[in-house]
Design a protein around this ligand. Structure first.
Ligand code: AMP
Ligand code: MG
Length: 407
């Protein structure tokens, strides 16, 4: 079977995965969600002229002859409506955020004042221009301004600005609910004793975490043994209850065929051998209308396969803009030789990336590069991309790197 270029497989997968229909959700649930429509403010922020300081609201013209004594006619706290007007020769004691009283056009910070000897006046020690320490209506947002455009990934700051204009619910793309299923008779969950030939299921917790980290919602569907009826039931239930299914194991050439047999019967699957290392075997298709990603069983392979193929598609389904489907790519300096065999595949080498004093990314191997070396994958924060042809990268040379986490 001819090896399929990664780009072809990814394009095929992305084409088949549709963005979910938008929903309305409360602001408190919307962190990290992507806006489906622009949010326009119906209000101005600040909603009224107010003081930026604790101090005294004055007529700026009265300060021209500072130091000057002004009569204090009222005190205004945040949350109060003005009760008095500031006339010539007068001041109102004002707190930060309190509305600017009529007549006043500037605020003197309290540090530039002193209490008058009569207890009813204040000495102003500073000349100020009109507008000093005043926050004007709408100088953050005007009514009609776009608060968040469509396609924005909502941050903590966005939630605050939406709340500041009275928005309580937003129309966003929901996180894709992604069922995660492990297959194989050898798998054991948890800490129980291992019988000969058994191993622990490490892919499921990893893949659930990767799904959640991708901005989607993992649904842990457990493990399923290599039994036709059990596999059929598991995939049927998964496809009908989830937006997508990620499974690991049972997709490689030498496998016990049951996952293949069942998925071929339930859906329209394509079984691929990709021109990459690790993660050569990959299956993708739809069961009903639910995309199913068949990742290889080897722990490192399943992670790399998820990163390169499932993650972009799941992020597309979840409404992320296409610029955010893939991990960021940077050019890094190889701080040591990164070796490879010329085998017609693109190699994704698990590396530790750091930012050097020169401001550039630098990478070193994270350890063992076997597809079972999960601890090296765990130590890695990036994948160095050694392209199809030729040998490795010599120390000091530039190498393209996918950043899995910020170094
Ligand atoms: P398979 O793709 O089913 O042939 O599995 C390839 C290798 O990955 C085998 O060594 C399996 O035991 C291992 N493997 C499969 N599924 C998992 C899993 N969920 N956790 C850890 N290792 C697994
Ligand atoms: Mg298996």
């Amino acid at each position: 079977m001819a090896l399929i270029p990664l780009e072809d497989a990814r394009a095929y997968v992305l084409e088949a995965c549709r963005t979910l229909a938008p929903v309305s959700m409360p602001l408190a649930q919307a962190l990290g969600r992507v806006t489906a429509v622009a949010v326009v403010s119906e209000e101005a922020v600040p909603p009224f002229d107010n003081s930026a300081m604790d101090g005294f609201a004055v007529r700026a013209a009265d300060t021209a002859t500072a130091p000057v004594s002004l009569a204090v006619v009222a005190t205004l706290a945040a949350g109060e409506a003005p009760s008095a007007e500031v006339g010539p020769g007068q001041a109102v004691r004002i707190m930060t955020g309190a509305p600017l009283p009529p007549g006043a056009d500037a605020v003197i910070m309290v540090e530039q004042t002193a209490p008058g000897h009569d207890g009813a006046s204040v000495e102003i020690r500073m000349v100020v221009a009109p507008g000093t320490a005043c926050r004007r209506t709408g100088d953050d947002l005007a009514a009609g301004d776009v608060v968040a455009a469509a396609g924005v990934v909502l941050s903590a700051g966005h939630l605050g600005v939406l709340a500041s204009v009275g928005v309580t619910d937003v129309t966003v793309f929901p996180p894709a609910r992604v069922g995660v299923l492990s297959t194989g008779d050898e798998l054991v969950t948890g800490s129980g004793p291992l019988r000969p030939g058994q191993i622990r299921d490490s892919n499921r917790p990893t893949l659930c975490a990767l799904v959640n980290q991708a901005g989607c919602q993992a649904v842990d569907l457990g493990t399923v043994v290599d039994d036709e009826a059990a596999i059929t039931e598991a995939f049927t239930a998964a496809a009908s209850t989830c937006d997508a299914v990620v499974t690991s194991g049972g997709v490689s050439m030498g496998d016990f065929d049951l996952v293949k047999v069942v998925l071929d019967r339930l859906g329209d699957m394509r079984w691929m051998q990709l021109a990459i290392k690790p993660a050569k075997p990959f299956a993708f298709g739809v069961v009903g209308t639910t995309p199913v990603f068949g990742l290889p069983g080897n722990p490192v392979s399943s992670m790399v396969s998820f990163e390169l193929l499932a993650r972009p598609a799941l992020r597309k389904m979840t409404g992320f803009p296409s610029s955010a489907w893939r991990r960021p790519a940077v050019a890094a300096v190889a701080d040591e030789d990164l070796d490879r065999r010329p085998d017609g595949k693109t190699h994704f080498v698990r590396v530790v990336a750091t930012v050097g004093d020169d401001g550039r990314h630098h990478v070193r191997s994270a350890g063992g590069q076997g597809s079972h070396h999960l601890s090296a994958m765990a130590a890695a924060n990036a994948l160095a991309v050694l392209d199809l042809g030729g040998g490795g990268v010599a120390a000091g040379a530039s190498v393209p790197v996918l950043l899995l986490e910020a170094p």
